[in-house]
Write a protein that binds this ligand. Structure first.
Ligand SMILES: Nc1ncnc2c1ncn2[C@@H]1O[C@H](COP(=O)(O)OP(=O)(O)OP(=O)(O)O)[C@@H](O)[C@H]1O
Ligand SMILES: Nc1ncnc2c1ncn2[C@@H]1O[C@H](COP(=O)(O)OP(=O)(O)OP(=O)(O)O)[C@@H](O)[C@H]1O
Ligand SMILES: [Mg+2]
Ligand SMILES: [Mg+2]
Lengths: 258, 258
């Protein structure tokens, strides 16, 4: 069975891409077979893994014309981790997709053959910072949603909005089995009162949905993408890498994988 | 004459809202008469100024039905600073607006009467982290674009994409006089090599477009919104507040205001 996890939050800069790359790399090291889908036109997950952004190489032509995704899958430098890259064309999807038939289920239908092939244990999908058509496609295709959230005030405000949308996708029938896998607190700064206040507030509201693992603010995590590497490769003994390995263990536990 | 400045960057979490709130408050203190438009469905600028998010209170009904914006304008606790608030309904605009006539010029046409009234010296518009229909409306209505950018690798990548879009809006005829007012580097951390590298890289590529003023990473800037206050009120003598006052001086200089 393949688990499809959408990593989403419409609040910008909360650590979606950093979480997707480093969680994927940690899961691949367990080892699990992982596919990372970059559904953000910014293509940060693509460049963060050292893959060149090439026009035509993204899922865009598949979403619009129904072409198979298989030919777009790339190997990365991380063993057991493949990538469906993104590039600029994907920008066009936000305007063009809504005008097509079945515009909400296109990604789901494209992914189904890959799911059935059993080639991957886990699919992780990086979403753009919006609740537009690309994020909606990911929520309809996904089994679960993983929500990274910064330990800051503005990020706190956005969680209710996202939870409401997840409920609408589930209860509205577009994806009746969609659940929230959990909320992971990121960029935690132990020396600021704000970080502690926000984490307490999120745990108060969302209880056990919040992962125990908390990702610290750690410069090496921000440096790694400029070298095209996951932190597990760039800074194998760092605090950021360790936190993502702990998160990977917790994710596997919540998915019921051995 | 009223200057309309769109504060935009599709990269998430780069400090757009923090810049809009604190630049607006610094300009209002000069004093200038300032209108802040919150065009982001997350409504962070609205809550960051202590204004309640009420359904129906945003520009959304005006964009869709052509109602006058005048009735939506709210006073804030900052003298000389008014706000056009946002709320959840604005989410609907991303899907509904593209299906309407003149969907790119709706904000421009709504703003024109306010511009002509001469009531404000400067209009600042906070944009969501995407290049969707709301940001496009702001770019078509604006005279200039102010681009906040974090001192981090992923933010660097997004600048070229945004520059290309600004060029398309100008050269494609939607807004022939649109120019970039400047790029302001935010969340600069003096003790990391990454911050210095990114600032050097941006100055190398974009030269004099980059403001001299650099906004430091400063916790008080992140705390202020949870009190519904601009930093100039919450932390009047802080480094963040000082940096935004310097930026306000530079903005006024570039606009050619006395
Ligand atoms: N734990 C961390 N410690 C330090 N820096 C981090 C951490 N996590 C992410 N960053 C940095 O913070 C910035 C925002 O993170 P990232 O780009 O992953 O967020 P995002 O949610 O994917 O953004 P967007 O909304 O634009 O897609 C990046 O420059 C990233 O390198
Ligand atoms: N100079 C700064 N120092 C410290 N924290 C900052 C600074 N500027 C912004 N922040 C914090 O960083 C986070 C991101 O900033 P902000 O929300 O203003 O960015 P944004 O670009 O408007 O995000 P979005 O893309 O979601 O609209 C917020 O929690 C904010 O409080
Ligand atoms: Mg991202
Ligand atoms: Mg914002």
């Amino acid at each position: 069975q393949t688990h499809f996890i959408a990593v989403a939050n419409q609040k910008g800069g909360v650590g979606k891409t950093t979480t997707v790359i480093n969680l994927a790399a940690s899961l691949a090291a367990q080892p699990r077979k992982v596919l990372l889908i970059d559904l953000d036109p910014q293509a940060n997950a693509t460049s963060g893994l050292g893959i060149e952004k090439k026009p035509g190489a993204s899922v865009y032509p598949c979403l619009i014309n129904g072409l198979s995704l298989k030919s777009k899958i790339r190997r990365t430098s991380v063993r057991n981790l493949d990538l469906l890259p993104s590039e600029m064309d994907l920008c066009g999807a936000e305007i063009e997709l809504p005008q097509l038939e079945n515009h909400l289920t296109r990604l789901r239908d494209l992914i189904n053959p890959i799911r059935q092939s059993g080639r991957y244990d886990i699919i992780l999908c990086d979403c753009p910072p919006s609740l537009g058509i690309l994020t909606l496609n990911a929520l309809v295709a996904a089994d679960q949603v993983l929500v990274p959230s910064q330990c800051e005030y503005f990020a706190l405000e956005g969680l209710t909005m996202l939870n409401r949308l997840i409920g609408q996708v589930r209860d509205g029938g577009a994806n009746p089995s969609l659940t929230t896998l959990g909320i992971v607190m990121t960029m935690f700064n132990n020396s600021t009162r704000l970080s502690h206040q926000v984490v307490d507030e999120v745990r108060k509201h969302f209880g056990s949905q919040v992962f125990d693992a908390v990702i610290p603010r750690n410069t090496r995590l921000a440096e790694a993408p400029s070298h095209g590497k996951a932190a597990i490769v760039y800074d194998p003994n760092g605090a950021g890498t360790a936190a993502y390995s702990v998160l990977a263990e917790e994710v596997v536990g919540r998915l019921g994988l051995n």
